[in-house]
Write a protein that binds this ligand. Structure first.
Ligand code: FES
Length: 49
């Protein structure tokens, strides 16, 4: 996989906590969008902290 897949066409509202780290999915394969679930493991992508 050299190109990310489109995860969706709509914004995703999430609740976040101050001081906590989050990992955004850059590959588009996560089933927990917009966050990484580890599905990128066989690709050249990695999540953005
Ligand atoms: S699942 Fe997409 S970056 Fe981890």
């Amino acid at each position: 996989m050299t190109k990310p897949i489109r995860a969706g066409d709509s914004p995703i509202r999430v609740e976040v906590e101050a001081g906590k780290s989050y990992f955004w999915c850059t590959c588009g394969q996560s089933s927990k969008q917009p966050f990484c679930d580890g599905s990128h493991k066989e690709t050249s992508f990695s999540p953005m902290k």
